[in-house]
Ligand binder design. Structure first.
Ligand code: IPM
Ligand code: MG
Length: 356
């Protein structure tokens, strides 16, 4: 198969983890005879430094032409200036919006060998296998902002159509998994949440009567996610709740470093990135965990290119590498070898070795 894949390494540890993701992608392409064209572009802080814009027109155009986009991470203290539009994060929000990727899939499962890397008791983690579907292009992230000397405001708004389309993505996923959808809101306080809950209820009854739906308030869901994480299958929620809860949920897996994500819209084009940030504190040292990026490559193959076999090969190679002892510094506490760990490159090598 032919495909054009945009590669946006970004800032901090982004280029280090993306390099390993690209090696795995190229190995899989070679093995299966695919012809992937990879094109890199500046995005985030590096693009601000190069041309004064976190999302240069040429980068956006490349992404719009591509079948899929692989992104590392963006941001860093040197780009925290007073103009919010010149922050790397503003470029990421524009990219998500301009690509129309309104559904952000963040799967969380816990490798048995990594249970001890999690701050939670191992017995709580048995059977954890859930997917967040976070609404990604609406809500408070994109509402009108105001600011004067003594006050500020961020508008949170949602339309029925925005809630319906992301709920459909989540419900289809639930149908293909264990048939359970949890919708998280704050409908005891927020009007947007009341619209959200009513819309989810109506749509599920009309289109997905076979999928079991439960509604939960975000504060109590944050607690239950820690108390009984194995009970969840697919979780759908609005943009900011999803941002917060997915960082929380990543700790089930022991580290922010192992969680991938896929951002999808109506077509097959998607944006794939690990959920961790640019980690400026460890950037340049070659010690970041590339697993979140490598698993994002698997999601890219599955969701944008329809290559399920190749995706599953990568996932099981990662699984076996972890089983065989692969530990980067962030998950080293779960090492039989008491704290021994490997570099980003060696972690990539370990996955490639399992790919065969
Ligand atoms: C994420 C990140 C982003 C978000 C930031 C970098 C804008 O935290 O992808 O979860 O808030 O969406
Ligand atoms: Mg976040």
């Amino acid at each position: 198969m032919n495909a054009l894949i945009a590669v946006l390494p970004g800032d901090g540890i982004g280029p280090e983890v993306v390099a390993e993701g690209v090696r795995v992608l190229e190995a899989v392409a070679e093995r299966h005879g695919h012809d992937f064209t990879l094109k890199s572009a500046d995005f985030g802080g590096v693009a601000i430094d190069a041309v004064g814009d976190p999302l240069p027109r040429s980068t956006l155009d490349l992404c719009l032409l591509s079948d899929a986009i692989l992104l590392g991470a963006i941001g860093g203290p040197q780009w925290g200036g007073s103009d919010p539009l010149r922050r790397p994060e503003a470029g990421l929000l524009r990219l998500r919006r301009d690509l129309g990727v309104y559904a952000n899939l963040r799967p969380v499962s816990v490798h048995p060998a990594l249970r001890s890397a999690s701050p939670l008791r191992p017995e709580l983690l048995e059977g954890v296998d859930l997917v967040f579907v976070r609404e990604l292009t609406g809500g408070i992230y994109f509402g009108t902002k105001t600011r004067d000397a003594t006050s500020a405001s961020d508008l949170c708004s949602y339309t029925v159509a925005e809630v319906e389309r992301v709920t459909r993505v989540a419900a289809r996923l639930a149908r293909a998994r264990r048939g359970k959808l949890t919708s998280i809101d704050k409908s005891n306080v927020l009007e947007t949440s009341r619209l959200w809950r009513e819309t989810v209820t109506r749509l599920m009854a009309a289109e997905f009567p076979d999928v079991k739906v439960e509604h939960a308030l975000v504060d109590s869901a944050a607690m239950h996610l820690i108390r009984r994480p194995a009970d969840y299958d697919v979780i759908v929620t609005e943009n900011m709740f999803g941002d917060i809860l997915t960082d929380e949920a990543s700790m089930l897996a022991g580290s922010l470093g192992v969680s991938p994500s896929a951002s999808l819209g109506d077509g097959t084009r998607g944006l794939y990135e690990p959920i961790h940030g640019s980690a400026p504190d460890i950037a340049g040292r070659g010690i970041a965990n590339p697993i979140g990026t490598i698993l994002s490559v698997a999601l890219l193959l599955r969701h944008s290119l329809g290559l399920e076999t190749e995706a599953a090969e990568i996932e099981s190679a990662v699984y076996r590498a972890v089983e065989a002892g692969l530990r980067t510094a962030d998950i080293a506490s779960a090492s039989v070898n008491a704290g021994a760990w490997v570099s980003t490159r060696e972690a990539g090598d370990a996955v490639l070795a399992q790919l065969g």
